[in-house]
Design a protein around this ligand. Structure first.
Ligand SMILES: [Zn+2]
Length: 435
């Protein structure tokens, strides 16, 4: 299949006021050619469409939708315990949740997703049915050193057997990673096994890390040190590790992470909502840590909107550092695109270039967030007008999956109907008020 995106606007290479008028030729899911020439801002009209690469949502739980609004106003300890209640969900229910959540994330411009799942098969199926790229971390737990309800556990022997089965779905567009809910759910032996498997399968480890003082103190009680120091002492922290949150780390731990080459995934909305604190992103940034950004579960966000996350991160760090320029637009876009692609282990560069997969966002310059049009700086709207900015059209591997802000095909409707049926049955088991 081939077609041309005619007379669209691309960001130019000479700053945020430079633009190009382009015809983008797409063939077999890939950008085949680009014909472009410079266009003056005064010649851009609201009838034009602005085209950008897709973003990466670097942390998403596709299977937490049925908890949305049921886990509001809970401490992180109560929230985790409530999440561990085994709801009466079938794999079909999990699939419908994943379809809904992935499409929701896609509507905010995330064309690549880093998902976690303790039941990966329905999530893998949902990725493939939508045609979205990214990575899925298969989560295994073998201990529980937290409070309240115990998460599902598995023996060390079963971990590799199950992972080998899930890994059969690994390909260049959907990578299969391994991990655990946190240090509280993974013994030292399991943590070492993750690293061993990551090396042997040439994949990555993904884990919630130092998410609030409670989890750090529990690690100290049970393992005699903090989570980051534990990984360091086990000799396993390296560039294969993608650490989610890292809100509660000290200066020495920041240095350990930086030295190891591990990446950090920042989820500021979730961290604020669950009251675990603010990750020291400026310190990570200054030490050269690879940083990406994710929305976490929509039960503790409550959106799957990656631009909302970038917006909140910008405001939050400007406020706490009393510096409006602490992370400028360029840095936030690094978190949103190339750093995220590195985290999911993609071989793509996230640019609109000949030979690259056509994962593109098409923005209508008629949208109110782009007024006044002739100021340019369109990319500012994605961050500073995030609540109002949605792509008009989303192209995944050359296929238009969202047109006129609406998902094409019937997957979204079928998923929504299935979710409504499940919730109407009154199956949801609410957590006790406090543990
Ligand atoms: Zn999470």
């Amino acid at each position: 299949m081939s077609y041309v995106l005619k007379s669209v606007i691309l960001q130019g290479s000479c700053g945020n006021l430079s633009y190009e008028l382009a015809d983008i030729f797409i063939k077999n899911g890939v950008v085949e050619n680009i014909d472009s020439s410079k266009i003056e801002l005064s010649d851009i009209s609201s009838d034009h469409f602005f085209v950008t690469p897709g973003f990466v949502n670097s942390h998403l739980h596709p299977n937490q939708l049925l908890d949305r609004r049921m886990l509001d106003e809970k401490s992180i300890t109560d929230l985790l315990s409530a999440m561990h209640i085994v709801q009466q969900k079938t794999d079909e229910d999990r699939y419908h949740q994943a379809i809904f959540v992935l499409i929701d994330a896609l509507k905010s411009g995330a064309t690549s997703i880093y998902a976690i799942a303790s039941k990966p098969e329905p999530v893998i199926r949902a990725f493939n049915d939508i045609g979205i790229t990214g990575a899925i971390s298969c989560f295994f737990n073998d201990v529980w050193e937290g409070e309240g309800n115990t998460p599902a556990q598995i023996s060390l022997q079963e971990v590799e057997r199950n992972f080998a089965e899930f890994f059969k779905a690994n390909n260049k567009d959907v990578k299969i990673h391994i991990g655990s809910a946190s240090i509280l759910t993974a013994s030292n032996e399991l943590l070492k096994l993750f690293n061993d498997i990551a090396v042997r399968y040439n994949t990555k480890v993904n884990i919630h890390m130092s998410e609030g003082i409670d989890s750090v103190e529990r690690c100290r009680q049970h393992r005699g040190t903090t989570p980051i120091r534990l990984l360091d002492q086990l000799g396993i922290l390296n560039e294969r590790w993608n650490l989610i949150h890292a809100t509660t780390v000290d200066a020495e731990e920041i240095k350990i992470i930086a030295r190891s080459g591990a990446s950090v995934i920042h989820c500021p909305v979730s961290n604020a909502k669950t009251g675990v604190g603010i990750a020291p992103m400026l310190d990570f940034y200054k030490k050269g840590v690879n940083i990406a950004i994710g929305t976490d579960a929509c039960s503790n966000n409550n959106t799957n909107n990656i631009l909302n996350e970038a917006y909140f991160a910008t405001l939050l760090h400007s406020a706490i550092h009393r510096d409006a320029l602490v992370f400028n637009e360029e840095i936030i876009f690094e978190w949103l695109i190339p750093n995220g692609l590195k985290i999911i282990d993609s071989n793509r560069n996230g640019k609109i270039e000949v030979g690259e997969r056509a994962d593109l966002l098409i923005w209508s310059l008629k949208d109110p967030c782009f007024v006044p049009l002739h100021y340019g700086k369109f990319r500012s709207a994605f961050i500073n007008n995030a609540p109002d900015a949605k792509p008009h059209t989303v192209i995944l591997g050359g296929r238009k999956v969202i047109e006129n802000y609406t998902f094409t095909g019937d997957l979204e409707k079928r998923a929504t109907d299935a979710i409504d049926r499940w919730t109407k049955k009154g199956l949801y088991q609410e957590a006790p008020v406090s543990y």
